[in-house]
Design a binder for this molecule. Sequence first.
Ligand SMILES: N[C@@H](CCC(=O)N[C@@H](CS)C(=O)NCC(=O)O)C(=O)O
Length: 209
Amino acid sequence: MSEFKLHCFAMSGNSYKVALFLALAEEDWEPVFVDYFGGQTHQEQWRQEVNEVGEVPVLEHKGTKLSQSALILDYLAETTGKFGPNNPEERQEIWRWMLFDNHKFTSYYATLRFLYGIKQTGETPVTAFLRERAIAAYRIVDDHLRKTPFLVAGRPTIADLSLAGYVYMPEETGMPESEFSHIAKWKDRIRNLSGWRHPYDLMPGSTSL
Ligand SMILES: N[C@@H](CCC(=O)N[C@@H](CS)C(=O)NCC(=O)O)C(=O)O
């Protein structure tokens, strides 16, 4: 049995954050497919046994189940000694970016992608609002990456893996990608790390509705 089990599905960028850590760190892990589109995370039993808030990713390790990607990444960095902070200041910077990611960078983009790119709602006031918010977050990150190759401490950390959750997803979202040249170079830097794999190669399940 693998040391780590990750409850996930291919189209989940939040799960990819953790799957990418496990792949880059060359940990002994296996995915556990969650049938999100079939309603599994809404089942009472799944919520009781896996995650009461009905979300993936969930990481199983040594008899415990952890949820929230940022918390899982922090746990993995601590447990494996990889991609974590080297001092308290770096830890604060990593958490600052992971919280910004959860609230703004991933959050607006992932919801836009779900509606516009996956459910194909077409443009609506909601998708226009989400894109505007996502663009604002992407501009902040792009500007930061103008000055540094990775988000914190000039080396890849869990902050990068958190923000990388959705940036390789292929669905069309109407974002002005060409505006974000520093994000593009950062994506290439992460893609060139040994062990990198695309989310749809790393996690099980369908890649379209
Ligand atoms: N903040 C959470 C977000 C997790 C999340 O939203 N996961 C999605 C899949 S990518 C989910 O399970 N959503 C279920 C729902 O919102 O009902 C994290 O970082 O782990």
